[in-house]
Write a protein that binds this ligand. Structure first.
Ligand code: ADP
Ligand code: MG
Length: 239
């Protein structure tokens, strides 16, 4: 589904990703963990083409992001949920979703409104359809952001610290939605510091440090029997 091959990324003179290789297969949940500044967000941003890669290749369903002609088609297959929700504050929940569908998929208003209702049901917020983001809790806003990503029917969803901006009591409702999406076999690539959640939900875990992959393996391997001393140290400090 996603193949990242020998990815390098420089910001000016500074190489922040060195030779990253990772694969996300269909139906899999893969998590990226590692200290702050290790390059997790940059990898996600490269995958959705928010950053231009310096070297290497990113393939989505076998198609190379470098292929200008295919770029739009490729990017329609991915959806991203950010730490900071990024909802349009002056639009209702419904219109946040309708507007995005009109912009990205050129959907008609009628069709988009129907999809908005469906995806809000998935995240348990059908009753908030006419509310504005400011009338919702942080957890509810993030669930709207997830619904908006789902509305585009992506083949893969990327999450960049989806619960980091939330008060602790609101974290669970967002994680529960991601659990539900896993049950529906949605392919996901997740960056999160919620280690218990990462351990539980991930098929594979990739540990990064200073722009390099320290280790990758199944959730069990990484959390119960990591090979790398640095991975052990990292898990000891935060888990
Ligand atoms: P993480 O998400 O793991 O905390 P990031 O991917 O945000 O790490 O950052 C990786 C490194 O790249 C950091 O050293 C960061 O300072 C640097 N970096 C990220 N974005 C930029 C940018 N737009 N310009 C310059 N340096 C950046
Ligand atoms: Mg980050």
């Amino acid at each position: 589904m996603i193949e990242v091959k020998n990815l390098r990324k420089n910001f000016g003179e500074n190489e922040v990703l060195h030779d990253i290789n990772l694969t996300v297969n269909r139906g899999e949940v893969v998590s990226l963990i590692g200290p702050s500044g290790s390059g997790k967000s940059t990898i996600l941003r490269c995958i959705i083409d928010l950053e231009t890669i310096t070297d290497g290749d990113i393939l989505i369903e076998g198609k190379n992001l470098k292929d200008r002609k295919l770029k739009k088609e490729i990017l329609l297959k991915t959806g991203m949920v950010f730490q900071s929700f990024n909802l349009f504050p002056h639009m209702t929940v419904r219109n946040n979703i309708v507007r995005t569908l009109k912009l990205v998929k050129k959907s008609s208003v009628g069709e988009a409104a129907k999809i908005a209702k469906e995806v809000l049901e998935v995240v348990g917020l059908a009753d908030k359809i006419d509310n504005f983001p400011s009338e919702l809790s942080g957890g509810q806003r993030q669930r709207v952001a997830i619904a908006r990503a789902l509305a585009l029917r992506p083949d893969i969803l990327l999450f960049d610290e989806p619960t980091s901006a939330l008060d602790p009591e609101l974290v669970k409702e967002v994680l529960d939605i991601i659990r539900k999406l896993k049950n529906e076999r949605i392919t996901m690539l997740i960056v999160s510091h919620e280690m218990n959640f990462v351990k539980e939900i991930s098929d594979k875990v990739v540990v990064l440090e200073n722009g390099k992959i320290l280790e990758k393996g199944t959730s069990k391997q990484i959390f119960e029997n990591p090979e790398s001393h640095r991975v052990k140290e990292f898990l000891n400090t935060i888990y």
